[in-house]
Design a protein around this ligand. Structure first.
Ligand code: NIG
Ligand code: FE
Length: 408
């Protein structure tokens, strides 16, 4: 059914990547209102399929709108100074232990007003949107105190509301209270985890501010036992679970998250086969973050071949954040996923569409199929591998969000 605001639209003679694969022949895509209603081979096109439609485009490559399923877009300050230190040989973990890293962003984020944080995050989000993102997950985790974590989540929600100065993009929010130990709880990580479980999670759930809860399971952050308490609290409040796991070492965080039915385990460079099996059994998505791997000049590759062999869906995301991945370009991640992690271009694109949506628990997004949300990108490209092959801004010809063309 067409709606008054979104006309029925038709794209003709396009190469279609449907979220999992490139379809073998040129296709017609129909959108009515906010939904995709038809996908047919151009060869059998019948005029009845176009009834009531305006022709919105011809040719090019149509993909689902890109899903950036892991970002930390809302933050204060900059960590350019730490970038310089790391280039001089100081490690990410050493900077963190010395009170920099995440905690330096916490200081800047706490000091900033909501409007300042919103204004700083908006151009970052705009960069993702201009590169094809129609869904973006945003984590808290630079507040680390109840009021500051909720402040971050409110800003994240507002970023997806055009009527409040935000952008036409679907925002999914994740409470990452267990990101680092705030100075108020120095020496008392268990006490801080109590605070996350007893106050932050219930408050975020009660206000509807968080769609999921995430943890940083790592030597420089929280132990598996502490993360498990966070997962149990999330489950009590009906929130989905995600984990930063096996980024710098192997603590079994991904397997633990999987056993709690996590949507995703992210980073996972140090994941072992038992962890891969646990994720496969639970249907947990592996989110690969090549921007952080590149920025931290890591050498331990995620176990892509094991993930393939056990059928674990692989998503790709920017991890856009001020420390480990100051990168705000989804299509760059397609390239890095292939060049650094040896994904195929098809796997990379599925990682930012169908599997990215799955990592967020979104069943109506990330695919081109009748009934899915009409979030689409039309690219100036003849072959679906081109998006990963060339690092080239400006190829987005049209972006469709909820059935409305936002870029043309
Ligand atoms: O995904 N691993 C932990 N958290 C972020 C980095 C955050 C930061 O350095 O500010 C990540 O890499
Ligand atoms: Fe992250």
């Amino acid at each position: 059914m067409s709606t008054q605001n979104s006309p029925s639209m038709l794209w003709r003679d396009a190469t279609v990547f449907d979220g999992l694969q490139t379809l073998p022949q040129p296709m017609v895509v129909r959108v009515d209102g906010a939904r995709i209603t038809g996908l047919w081979p151009e060869a059998g096109f019948a005029p009845a399929q176009a009834e009531g439609c305006v022709e919105a485009g011809r040719g090019g490559l149509i993909t689902p709108g890109l899903v950036d399923c892991h970002t930390h877009l809302v933050f204060g300050g900059s960590r350019a100074d730490e970038f310089e230190q790391r280039l001089e040989g100081v490690s990410y973990a050493e900077i963190a232990r010395a009170g920099g890293g995440i905690l330096s962003t916490v200081r800047a984020t706490r000091a900033a007003s909501p409007d300042q944080l919103f204004d700083a995050a908006l151009p970052r989000l705009q960069a993702l949107v201009d590169d094809g993102a129609t869904t973006v997950e945003i984590k808290s985790g630079y507040g680390l105190a109840l009021a500051d974590e909720l402040k971050m989540l409110r800003i994240a929600r507002r970023l997806g509301r055009p009527q409040e100065g935000g952008l036409p993009v679907r925002i999914v929010t994740t409470l990452l209270g267990a990101h680092a130990l705030p100075p108020e709880f120095a020496g008392d990580a268990d006490g801080y985890i109590d605070e996350v479980c007893a106050r932050m999670i219930p408050a975020a759930a009660a206000e509807g501010l968080a769609d999921a809860v995430d943890v940083f399971c790592e030597g420089i952050a929280f132990s598996p036992a502490q993360c498990e308490r966070v997962f149990e609290a999330a489950q009590r409040h009906g929130l989905a679970i995600k984990a930063h796991a096996e980024q710098l070492s192997s603590l079994g965080g991904a397997a633990l998250a999987a056993r709690h039915g996590a949507l995703s385990a992210d980073h996972i460079e140090y994941l072992d086969e038992a962890g891969v099996q646990a994720m496969a059994a639970a249907g947990t998505v592996g989110v690969l973050l090549p921007g952080a791997f590149l920025t931290l000049r890591e050498t331990q590759l995620p176990p892509v071949e094991l993930l393939r062999r056990h059928g674990v869906p692989m998503a790709l995301a920017t991890d856009a954040n001020p420390g480990s991945s100051p990168m705000f370009m989804p299509t760059l991640m397609l390239n890095l996923g292939c060049t650094l992690f040896r994904l195929t271009p098809r796997e990379a694109l599925a990682g930012m569409t169908a599997h990215g949506a799955r990592a967020l628990g979104l069943a109506d997004s990330g695919r081109i199929a009748a009934g899915q949300r009409a979030d689409l990108c039309v690219w100036q490209a003849g072959h679906s591998a081109e998006l990963a092959y060339a690092v080239q801004p400006g190829r987005l010809r049209q972006r469709v969000f909820g059935g409305r063309i936002t870029h043309d």
